[in-house]
Design a binder for this molecule. Structure first.
Ligand SMILES: [Zn+2]
Ligand SMILES: [Zn+2]
Length: 87
């Protein structure tokens, strides 16, 4: 799979990748939308592109799917607030 270059439509120069797989939205939302953030080095125009790298793993503790590069949000919350789901 070849990398598609993101071009600035105004300057016609290649935009630089500023942030890869940046999670949009609140940390408590399970289904977060990841974007790659590109910035034009000339006019500083910023564009978002849907991240193609959606590597999701299922948490072995609580079974919640989350991004492979991040910690499980549910487990993090359980840790922060104590295990409220305890029987
Ligand atoms: Zn530009
Ligand atoms: Zn978990």
């Amino acid at each position: 799979m070849s990398e598609v270059k993101k071009m600035c439509p105004t300057c016609n120069v290649e935009m630089e990748l500023m942030k890869k797989s940046y999670p949009l939205g609140n940390i408590h939302i399970n289904e977060r939308y990841h974007v790659d953030i590109y910035e034009c080095p000339k006019c500083r125009r910023v564009d978002f592109f849907a991240s193609e790298e959606e590597e999701t793993v299922v948490c072995p503790v609580c079974g919640t799917p989350h991004n492979v590069h991040e910690k499980c949000a549910i487990c993090a919350m359980n840790k922060a607030y104590g295990n409220l789901a305890k029987v």
